[in-house]
Structures are given as C-alpha cells and as structure tokens.
Design a protein around this ligand. Structure first.
Ligand code: HEM
Length: 354
C-alpha cells in the first residue's frame, strides 16, 4: 500500500536526491562516530554550545583554554596525562568533525524541509515521516551529550549503556529514513509476497544485535577475548558457567569483573551465527519467489552478512591492547549497511501501486 504522493510534485526529482543525500550523510555520521570513539576522541570537547561550538579554537590562547578544560577530565588524569597540545588537537579534531557533521546534516535537512513544506511540495504523509526523522535525530544528539557527560566524572570512558542508547537511537534514525526513502522511491513488487513475516523475524534479531553491538563497543568487550573461534580457549567462557556470577552488580560494574564483557561478547557472537543462518534461509526461501526489486536486496544481505562476520572476526583477532581502527570502523559501517539491506528488502516485498 503506497501512501506518499510526492511523486506527483514539481520538485519530485530534487526531493528524491535530497533524501538520498540525507541518508548518505546519516551513514557518514555513524562512521565518523565510530572513528571518534575508536580514536578515543569523544571526550575532548567538554562543552556543548549549539551555535558558538561551530567555531573551533582559532589562536594559541583558545587552544590553551580548551586544553586546560580537558586537563580537568578524568580521562586526562587517568589515561592521557602525557598528552601534548598536538596530541590534544588530534582528538579534538575528530570530536569537532563529528559535531560539525551533525550540524551540517541539520542544515541540509531542515532548510530544504521548510522550503519544500512552504512550497507545498511535501504531502502530509512525508511531513509526518520526516518529522519523525528530525525528532529522532534531536533525541540522538541529546543522548550523545548525556553520554559525553557520563565520561567527564570519575570514569575515564563514557558509560556503556548510555553509548548504547545513543547508538540505538542513531540506528532508529537510519531506520526511519530508509522507510521514507523506500516509500518515495516506491521500491515495491507488483505482487504481494506472502513470506514477509520471516524477513521481519530476521530484522528483529538484527535489531537486537545492533543493541548488543552498542554494549559491546561501550564495554570494549572485544579487548577481553581477542581469539576466534574460541573465547580464550573455551567455547563458552567459564565465567558464564558459574551461577553466582549472574548478578546485576556484575552488569553494572562491567569494567571491574570479566562477567559482563564475556556475556556480551558471547551473545554478540551467537546472534551473529543466528543471523548468518537466518540470512541464508531467507535467500534460499525467497530467491525464486520475489521480483527483481527484491532480489538485489536479498543478494546484498547475503554478501553483507558474511563480510560483516569476517570483519568482526578480524576485529577481535587484531586487538592489540585496543580495537583496531580500520576493522572496527569497517565492521560498524557494514553492520549498518546489512541492517539497512534487510529493511529495504522488507519494504520491497510490499505490493506496489499499479
Ligand atoms: C551479523 C553479524 C554482526 C553484526 C550485524 C555486527 C554488528 C556490529 C556493530 C554495528 C558494531 C558497532 C557498534 C557500535 O559501534 O556502537 C559491532 C561491534 C563489534 N563487533 Fe560485531 N557484528 C556482527 C558479528 C560479529 C562477530 C562474528 C564478531 C567477532 C567474533 C564481532 C565482533 C565485534 C566487536 C569486537 C565489536 C566492538 C568493536 C568496537 O569496539 O568498535 N561482531 N558489531
């Protein structure tokens, strides 16, 4: 059932391109977020000024002031106390770029949105859809700030669960945007496919996997078990087999005992294997039943799930005291693309208007 009528408007082409640019910029935002986290840059800017924060430090004095503020953080005291101004400038750059990108995204999104709406080029359905995207983006940015604040007191890292909320909201923004794009591009089949439900089950598992992945990144759980296919010599880590360890305190104080990182990494691996099986099943079940519109998504998700698992394995195998930047960021990007592929696949299975 098609709801958007944007295809009948004067600026249809421009609106279509604009939405794709928005989607690509969103993916870029997630990637830059990954680089920011893995270079340890996320806590370098200790203030949040929506307007004045656009201007970076421009002279030596400004830089010194920013550096002084950073020197008051637990991260500087506990981890980076030997940092020079030059080192600080590097981590500052990534956090600054991360914030600048989201501001640009705001402009690229909001200004055309207002213009198109005033010119009556958006129907009510599209205004509602884009309104959800904008609202979720604001929530993601606010959760990002709450997350940063959690790393400015006592612990030198942001809280894993707050990072997960920030990341999950970012995934929801992408989800809302994918839905909008596929409605506007009418990515549908001519006939209705009866087996849509099984795609939604795989999407459900993939969404849980994205949440667990956020916790995985936030706890830096990859560092504790840098082996594969086993986890430090065991298939199920021994710490999980001791029932006395199944205690909330171990989940809350995740960086003082091995239990939580073990549980999260084990769960992440098991969900990955389930997704591999689920995606292969989808492929064999649907490949002859679906039309061309869906086939490309079916093929893409099958390839992406394998690439993603390989990247996950390479990420853990290349751990040397920290998560390897290239594999970590690629794994985050491909994970998002795989998830988007499943969403597009689902949307392509609905009946298109004749
Ligand atoms: C379909 C399967 C998989 C999906 C969809 C997936 C997804 C993700 C995503 C999106 C992240 C980034 C989370 C964030 O930055 O907030 C992540 C992190 C991670 N994943 Fe996976 N993953 C999968 C399989 C695996 C496998 C098989 C392994 C290893 C055995 C693995 C190891 C890791 C590690 C170590 C991290 C943390 C990296 C970091 O701190 O940046 N993943 N995963």
């Amino acid at each position: 059932m098609e709801k958007s009528t944007v295809n009948n408007f004067k600026y249809t082409k421009i609106i279509r391109i604009w939405l794709i640019i928005g989607l690509i910029m969103l993916i870029g935002q997630v990637v830059i977020g990954g680089i920011t986290r893995l270079t340890g840059s996320g806590l370098s800017i200790t203030k949040w000024d929506i307007i004045t924060g656009v201007i970076p430090p421009l002279n030596v004095e400004d830089w010194e002031n920013e550096f002084e503020l950073y020197k008051e953080t637990p991260q500087f005291h506990k981890i980076n106390s030997t940092f020079t101004l030059q080192d600080f400038k590097f981590i500052y750059f990534w956090e600054y770029f991360h914030r600048l990108w989201v501001r640009s995204l705001g402009f690229v999104f909001l200004i055309p949105f207002i213009i198109f709406a005033v010119k009556k080029q958006l129907d009510f359905y599209l205004i509602k859809r884009l309104g959800i995207v904008i609202l979720l983006t604001i929530l993601t940015a606010s959760a990002g700030w709450i997350m940063v604040q959690s790393g400015l007191v006592n612990r030198p890292w942001v809280n894993a669960y707050k990072l997960t909320i920030h990341f999950t909201l970012a995934v929801l923004v992408v989800w809302a945007m994918v839905k909008t794009v596929s409605d506007v591009y009418l990515l549908g089949s001519k006939s209705l496919i009866p087996s849509k439900k099984i795609v939604s089950y795989v999407i459900g598992i993939a969404f849980v996997q994205m949440i667990v992945a956020g916790v995985m990144a936030g706890m830096r759980a990859g560092l504790y078990y840098p082996t594969w296919p086993d986890m430090n010599g065991e298939f199920v880590p021994g710490v999980l087999l001791n029932s006395t360890n199944w205690d909330w305190h171990n989940m809350i104080n995740y960086d003082s005992y091995l239990f939580a990182p073990a549980l999260i990494q084990f769960t992440h691996r098991m969900l990955a294997y389930m997704l591999a099986v689920g995606t292969i099943y989808l492929f064999f079940k649907l490949r002859y039943a679906v039309e061309e519109a869906s086939k490309k998504w079916l093929n893409s998700t099958l390839i992406l799930v394998w690439v993603q698992i390989l990247l996950g394995i390479l990420t853990v195998l290349n751990v040397e005291g920290k998560i390897p930047l290239f594999f970590g960021v690629s794994h985050q990007l491909i994970g998002l693309l795989y998830f988007m592929g499943l969403l597009f696949l689902y949307d392509s299975l609905r009946k298109q208007k004749a």
